[in-house]
Write a protein that binds this ligand. Structure first.
Ligand SMILES: [Zn+2]
Length: 156
């Protein structure tokens, strides 16, 4: 985009370069390569939004793999298996805003380790029901739930 672009200030030209940066996300960090444009004459550096976002994505991917955090699609699947909306899942996670939950599911944000553990804990029905009761979230009846056993009083 800026490659070979004229730097009007000094008359030099920008060229693609790469730097190694440490990016922090949700209290964790990763070292990644980030592309930038550097003026060959005065060393002025420019980073496009796209370059920053690519590096942030790479950092998120690396951190997620390193800490074995749930993938975006795994979070969505977990939520769908519970049968709640992003807003309700946020309520189950101590009032996490809906936009954050949606960001996790789109891979835009990264849950920290504590939240990841909380999310996983909701796979346990008992834990889920306890959380739901405390958070005031009404859970749908599991579709596959067996009907409650009714004692047969007419049995001999
Ligand atoms: Zn320059």
């Amino acid at each position: 985009m800026l490659d070979n672009h004229l730097h009007r200030f000094c008359g030099g030209r920008y060229q693609r370069a790469v730097e190694t940066v440490t990016i922090r996300v949700s209290g964790m960090s990763a070292e990644v390569q980030r592309e930038l444009y550097r003026c060959m004459k005065c060393n002025d550096e420019q980073r496009t939004v796209e370059q920053r976002e690519l590096a942030e994505r790479a950092a998120v991917d690396r951190i997620r793999a390193e800490h074995a955090l749930l993938l975006p699609k795994e979070i969505r699947q977990l939520r769908e298996s519970i049968g709640v909306t992003p807003a309700q899942l946020g309520e189950l996670l101590y009032g996490t805003p809906r936009g954050i939950v949606e960001g996790w599911e789109r891979g835009r944000y990264l849950q920290n380790r504590e939240t990841d553990a909380l999310l996983r804990s909701l796979r346990d029905r008992e834990t889920l029901e306890r959380r739901a009761a405390k958070a005031g979230v009404t859970l749908p009846t599991p579709a596959d739930a067996a009907p409650a056993a009714v004692p047969d009083s007419t049995a001999p």
